[in-house]
Design a protein. Structure first.
Length: 379
């Protein structure tokens, strides 16, 4: 291809899709419009105000008063890695609950941060009971307990409250991956006693992918302050980042750290505004209602869910593929009808579909559209 061909190439004109996979979900048009507003500098007084308001709204969504609450530049993974690299020093003991693929990733991140990792595992679809954490910590203390709240690979909710309380009783910090849960079901950082949590922009919060919302509480900040050595990361160094985002909230001197993704933060600001305008409780209820509507519709098609009912997530539904039905053919036929759903993960590949009801897509009309399309395709 010549240079001229490349330059006169194809314009971006993505097809319209109903995104009912594990994320991204469809952002509200107002969020997409926010993304195409005028560019301003990342130290412009206007942008500094946007940063402050974004932090304030994000605290409300995480249900925390933690000052250190920001959308990290980079996807959800960047925020989770930031937590691990700041809280863990080489040689620290860390306990990680693994109930699926995303727990495995947390364990791998902790290992790469130099931790001595002990894994508490449960079979896909199940959770780790709090008593196992208690036993593990009684046998040997740990600096950090890390767990995934909403395991996107299995559709299971790992309850946090009890685990966080007993981890604290044993002197351990608690870090939670709430990438899939935040904005779609209760996440109570302060009330649960969570020291650090990381999420994403593109699922139940309804912004485009690209940001990793994180929050760090006082015990986490204290642990970072007591580190014997600097974190091995420069980009994700909490101390350096908050010289830009503001150390205390009162300091208006912001030092350059990296060029914030201005347009992404505009979109995220708008998404947070919409979440809070709806109200968190109403939004959680809407996700629960959507889940019920989906399960009803699936039942009528003779389809069942993989995850045991007592710890099913509302926003991520893992559906058993009936015998003799071709996974890829069904997903392909749905995509031809403009609907994206996802396949299963790891051992569940080819055996399950994953249907996300996230943000705007936790909506009865969209669920009816999916059920109608599935009925056609399966027939
Ligand atoms: C539970 C969980 N953790 C972490 C991630 C990674 O987030 P991101 O893709 O935004 O980096 C995902 C993404 O789907 C997830 O579902």
């Amino acid at each position: 291809m010549s240079d001229k061909d490349t330059r006169s190439g194809v314009r971006i004109e993505p097809p319209e899709r109903l995104l009912m996979g594990p994320g991204p979900s469809n952002p509200d048009p107002a969020v997409l419009r926010a993304m195409s507003q005028n560019m301003v500098g990342h130290l412009d007084p206007y942008f500094l105000e946007v940063m402050d308001r974004t932090m304030e709204m994000l605290r409300a969504v995480f249900r925390t008063t933690n000052h250190h609450t920001i959308p990290m530049s980079g996807t959800g993974t960047s925020g989770l890695e930031m937590i691990m690299l700041n809280l863990i020093e080489p040689g620290d003991d860390v306990v990680v609950a693994v109930i699926g693929y995303f727990g495995q990733r947390l364990a791998e991140m902790a290992t790469r941060a130099g931790a001595r990792v002990r894994v508490l595992e449960a079979p896909f679809g199940e959770i780790v009971e709090p008593e196992r954490f208690a036993e593990e910590l009684r046998n040997r203390p740990a600096k950090l307990v890390a767990l995934v709240h909403a395991e996107t690979s299995t559709g299971a909710e790992q309850p946090i409250t009890e685990v966080a309380a007993l981890a604290r009783d044993h002197g351990a910090l608690v870090a939670v991956d709430c990438v899939t849960s935040l904005g779609g079901m209760p996440v109570e950082v302060d009330a649960w006693g969570v020291d650090a949590a990381g999420s994403c922009s593109q699922k139940c919060l309804g912004a485009p992918p690209g940001l990793g919302p994180v929050t760090f509480g006082p015990r986490a900040i204290e642990a970072v302050g007591k580190r014997r050595s600097k974190p091995s990361t420069w980009y994700m160094d909490l101390g350096l980042l908050f010289k830009y985002w503001g150390e205390t909230g009162a300091d208006k001197q912001r030092a350059f750290h990296h060029t914030a993704p201005v347009s992404s933060i505009f979109a995220f600001h708008e998404a947070l505004r919409l979440v809070l305008a709806e109200g968190l409780e109403s939004r959680w209820q809407r996700h629960r209602d959507a889940h019920k509507a989906l399960v009803d519709g699936l039942q009528k098609l003779g389809l069942t869910l993989f995850t045991p009912e007592h710890h099913r997530l509302p926003m991520l539904n893992v559906i058993n593929i009936p015998d003799g039905v071709d996974d890829a053919r069904v997903r392909g036929a749905l995509l031809e009808r403009g609907i994206e759903i996802a396949g299963g993960f790891g051992p569940l590949q080819g055996k399950t579909w994953r249907v996300g009801l996230m943000g705007m897509n936790a909506d009865p009309a969209k669920i009816q559209r999916l059920i109608g399309a599935l009925r056609e395709v399966l027939a």
